[in-house]
Write a protein that binds this ligand. Sequence first.
Ligand code: PMP
Length: 325
Amino acid sequence: MEMSHRSAAFEKLLKKAETGIRELLHLPDDFHVLFMQGGASLQFSMIPMNFLPENAEADHVVTGAWSELCVQDAKKIGSVNVIYNGKESGYTMVPAEESISISPDAAYVHYTSNETIDGVEFKYDLDGHGVPVVCDASSNILSKPIDIGRYDLIYAGAQKNIGPSGVTVVLIRDEMLGRISSNTPRLLDYRQYAEHGSMPNTPNTWGVYMIGLVCDWLKDSGGVEAMAKLNIEKAAILYDAIDSSDGFYAGRAEKNCRSLMNVTFALPNPDLDEKFCAGAEKLGMSGLRGHRSVGGIRASIYNAFPKAGVERLVGFMTDFASRNR
Ligand code: PMP
């Protein structure tokens, strides 16, 4: 933590983190890997500031709380066209691939590949049909292989699957940098990060170091391909418990868009939700309360969460259901 970010030693650590992400996601050479700050939330503003000129519109796919918030910020900068809005269905689903209609002259199309609060996840990589695709992958990046060819900008707060909080990873195609208007403030301009090796100012050095170590761990574990297999197994254990509970546990998301990272469900009433969380906590299983905006239960089972932990939770679920029906 005392190491100068200008030292050769740190430059090596940054390179290691960058190479790790590059290798894990099989990034083509025309992608930059940028380590930024301000969280995924700052990207909500930076994307339109860099890529949404006054005379253009950005298409947004809204599937949950995070993509909704992203639209609110983008609207402060420019013109937004919501091409799908799942709000009426309670954010329990994502649109079918063939039903998405992107305006051919949109500046870009933005979507959120996994909605962390609602527990819905895209099972396909969105095709922009020539329009640049921008994706908030904060809560499922590195959880599975992706078809990188479909994307032009992917961003993610590090704190789920990449490393500690305080770093935002941005993967951006070089061609996108040419679209940025020249009067973007320095630290809000992606070109500054690309030109200065993620260091237009002091980066989060310790966070970047940790990302390098997480990449090592992922590579040793078999990469995102092995993670995907494990994540499918982990999620299936939980969803099977929900589906075989005779309705005691009700899954929130439609079955074909259930998130592998955030398993959301509810008990027959909020009092039981609370009793469930309190009982689980007594056994050392914390963090199960659903986000305050939706209630219910949310089991977040990111890459680092072990299968044995999922099995233990399911054991508790079975026991709790038999005692509280
Ligand atoms: N997008 C998604 C999908 C998220 O899950 C989160 C955080 N949970 C955010 C954006 C906001 O991230 P940050 O707190 O890093 O700004």
